[in-house]
Ligand binder design. Structure first.
Ligand SMILES: C[S@@+](CC[C@H](N)C(=O)[O-])C[C@H]1O[C@@H](n2cnc3c(N)ncnc32)[C@H](O)[C@@H]1O
Length: 245
């Protein structure tokens, strides 16, 4: 169950066109408040099934460094580490970062590094701060990305910035496993926002070969979305890979 809507208070001011900087800071406030109020219905106790089923499609060597943007306190970080990866996340909320280490009985070493607080333990590292402050130096050596529920967390104009910034900071040749959600946007306001395949291709196809790997109908297992009036709800999984020359 996704549960976003269970605790989400729609904010009509989010996602306005043409208010990029203001919109970005409102977006940060929105997410910080969600964590302060423990309104984190998006958090999954279980390891994400799509990650387990499709991670192998990235064909990354064990030991490679993996980046998890907007990671929350996702337990998927632990699964990636158990696969032999060193894992780097970025997350805005210090509550999320603190909870991730505490709930998994890890004692991180913490150090201030520019715009970020860097927290590290046992092959897991989370930069606590704003994704948009990341530079290529932070992501040196990253070979793969696991991106669940980042795009759908952001209003449309920030999604464009997000994809552009990702391209600026990620090393060349990086592959991504991307998990998004889509539904008729007119039936419900986000977040979670609907991010359809056409948008995924608009955001990424110029730089990556976009392969649709899987679609799952999830409306039946999310009754609250149905109560909010949704007639359809699907999760979609994609691989973004370097274009063959
Ligand atoms: C829908 S949640 C998904 C969390 C995680 N990927 C998961 O699967 O549980 C989106 C997360 O992005 C974080 N976030 C939002 N904007 C951010 C930003 N600009 N920089 C870093 N994290 C951000 C929020 O605090 C929240 O934890």
């Amino acid at each position: 169950m996704l549960g976003y809507v269970a605790q989400s208070k729609p904010n009509p001011a989010r996602g306005r066109a043409g208010d990029d900087l203001h919109g970005a800071s409102m977006d940060r406030e929105f997410w910080l408040e969600r964590w302060q109020r423990s309104e984190i219905g998006f958090h999954q106790q279980e390891i994400n099934a799509h990650l387990q089923d499709y991670w192998a499609h990235l064909d990354l060597p064990a030991g490679s460094r993996v980046f998890v943007p907007l990671c929350g306190k996702s337990r998927d970080l632990l699964w990636l580490r158990a696969r032999g990866h060193t894992v780097l996340g970025v997350e805005l909320s210090s509550i999320a970062v603190h909870d991730f280490f505490a709930e998994n009985a890890l004692t991180p070493q913490a150090a201030r590094q520019g715009a970020f607080e860097r927290c590290k333990a046992d092959g897991l590292e989370i930069l606590c701060g704003d994704f948009f402050d990341l530079t290529p130096q932070h992501l040196q050596g990253v070979a793969g990305v696991y991106d669940r529920a980042s795009l759908i967390a952001l209003p449309p104009e920030l999604r464009v910035r997000y994809a552009e910034h990702s391209a600026t900071i990620l090393p060349a040749g990086v592959c991504t496993l991307l998990v998004t959600m889509e539904y008729p946007q007119g039936e419900m306001s986000g977040p979670p926002f609907s991010v359809g395949e056409d948008e995924v291709r608009r955001l990424y196809a110029a730089r990556y070969a976009v392969t649709h790997l899987h679609t799952k109908d999830i409306l039946a297992e999310n009754p609250r979305f149905r109560e909010r009036g949704l007639s359809a709800l699907r999760e979609k999984v994609y691989r973004l890979a370097v274009r063959a020359v």
